[in-house]
Design a protein around this ligand. Structure first.
Ligand code: GLN
Length: 495
């Protein structure tokens, strides 16, 4: 049998089911590995005892024969999900020492499915960032080259999977935070359609954009995790009322009439010309084109489409997301949660000092931008305009989907950049979100699938975007690609 850390979710599930291995053994093996390895900064909190207790319970279920497809699978959660049995910080000092009285719905669903949470994963503070360097605790390091960033904001989630610390993790994606770190770390991630996973207990950044999703090695592993994470939740008013989905079955479902070796026959993939601009790094372009050529070999047809407002997605997102953040983050005032300044004169002074001490520079920047664009004199000029453009960006996608089934392009314009290079000019990092923001603003499902290596041997992800509720189609295409290629199985040297 392979070592536990070499197994993905599906493989490990099969080993557990056959009782070749117990969940306790698998959990212990991964905890030992995490302990042994030089830290990549993936975990903000490890819960060894709790994990082993959960594993023992999973083994009981496995022994009793009422195990589900994920019973006993070790995983870890982005620290943006609240958890009752572990601390939650959202990567922020303001929530240091905070304990939630309840589990986020996504966490509760994964617990109910018998998964074994090992701990909480590092992320950018309140999920604001693209490099995990805005974590108030410590940065996370890319296992492919530890001098580079892992991407963000779900950096710890990507690192933990890429370094084979856990077979799967949860992430969240507001403007690219699942897809971009997945791309930078050579793993697979899916952000489903807005509303597919409950946002209840996911600490809010920009509520009209925030969405949960799984990160794992393969599309198949993501499909298994997403099936368990998703579903209607009456506690989230934007949760979609649809019956539980079996994304794994949808992933496997072939296209009618698809010939052998051509599982994607009839699938039309649109390439927006704006996703292949002159400024796109040549290494990223080459890897993405190679991935597209594979999809073509599998029977898909490639065609040119256009998303003319792609560039506008950056200013639109960086108005709407901070606007919502400035409102959402007003709850962190030292009264109900986490940090409170030790000394203050009066209530107002307590608020000011608490927030000045508790929030990091990027969070403060966004609260200021958000408050500005929502202020009486500027609301019409910024926020209202951004909302109108958001609608037009979503309409552009619908134009494309008249011609094609899926849209493809790069996830990010470059491979992972060197650590420590982003701090001086935050707008540089904002610009790098160009290919993930349009789909987020439209609320569409999107994936990152590893398709090659670029500069310095760093992984490159192919982005696939589907129409609303076409997660099955996305996973099907990604799975077909992964049956034909092995990029998703490669591990960074030494891992
Ligand atoms: N990089 C983007 C930002 O900083 C997206 C983050 C996210 O999706 N949470 O806002």
């Amino acid at each position: 049998m392979k070592p536990v850390h070499d197994m993905g979710v599906a493989e490990l599930a099969a080993a557990l089911k056959s009782r070749a291995l117990s969940s306790r053994e698998a959990t212990q093996a991964l905890l030992d590995r995490i302990d042994r390895q030089p830290s990549l900064g993936a975990f903000l909190h490890l819960d060894n005892e709790g994990a082993l207790a959960r594993a023992v319970k999973a083994d009981e279920a496995l022994a009793a024969g009422h195990a589900g497809p994920l019973t006993g699978i070790p995983l870890a959660h982005k620290d943006i999900y609240v958890t009752a049995d572990m601390p939650t910080t959202a990567g922020s000092k303001i929530l240091q020492g905070y304990r939630s009285p309840f589990d986020a719905t996504v966490v509760a669903k994964l617990n109910a499915a018998g998964t074994v949470a090992l701990g909480k994963l590092n992320c950018d503070e309140f999920a604001m960032g693209s490099a995990n360097e805005n974590s108030a605790y410590f940065p996370a390091h890319n296992p492919w080259d530890t001098s580079r960033v892992p991407g963000g904001s779900s950096g710890g989630s990507a690192v933990a999977v890429a370094a084979r610390l856990v077979p799967g993790t949860t992430g969240t994606d507001t403007g690219g935070s699942i897809r971009q770190p997945a791309s930078f770390c050579g793993i697979t991630g899916i952000k489903p359609t807005y509303g597919v996973c409950s946002r209840y207990g996911m600490i809010a950044f920009a509520s009209s954009l925030d969405q949960a999703g799984p990160m794992a090695r393969s599309a198949e592993d993501c499909a298994l995790l997403l099936s368990a994470m998703s579903g209607f939740d009456e506690r989230d008013a934007t949760s979609v009322q649809q019956p539980p989905q079996d994304f794994h079955a949808q992933m496997l479902a072939g296209r009618e009439g698809a010939a052998a070796g051509k599982p994607l026959a009839g699938l039309r993939i649109g390439l927006p010309k704006e996703f292949f601009p002159a400024g796109l790094s040549s290494d990223v372009n080459a890897a993405v084109r190679a991935g597209l050529a594979e999809l073509e070999k599998l029977g898909a047809t490639l065609l040119d489409v256009s998303l003319p407002r792609t560039e506008l997605a950056i200013p639109v997102y960086y108005i709407i997301a901070p606007a919502e953040a400035s409102s959402n983050l007003s709850r962190f005032d030292g009264v109900k949660f986490g940090h409170r300044a030790a000394q203050y004169d009066d209530l107002l002074d307590m608020y000011k000092k608490t927030r000045a001490e508790g929030f990091g520079p990027e969070v403060k920047r966004r609260i200021m931008i958000g408050s500005y664009v929502l202020s009486h004199g500027y609301y019409d000029a910024y926020y209202l305009q951004a909302q109108k453009l958001r609608r037009m960006i979503a309409d552009d996608f619908q134009q494309c989907f008249r011609q094609c089934d899926l849209i493809a392009g790069p996830v990010a314009p470059t491979v992972a950049w060197a650590a420590g290079t982003g701090a001086d000019d935050p707008t540089q990092a904002y610009l790098a979100d160009i290919f993930t923001l349009p789909g987020s603003l439209a609320g569409l499902p999107g994936m990152s699938v590893p398709v090659g290596a670029g500069e310095g041997g760093m992984p490159v992800g192919l982005q696939l975007i589907g129409n609303y509720f076409k997660e099955g189609q996305l996973l099907h295409a990604a799975h077909a690609l992964q049956q034909a290629t092995d990029w998703h199985q490669r591990a960074p040297a030494g891992f």
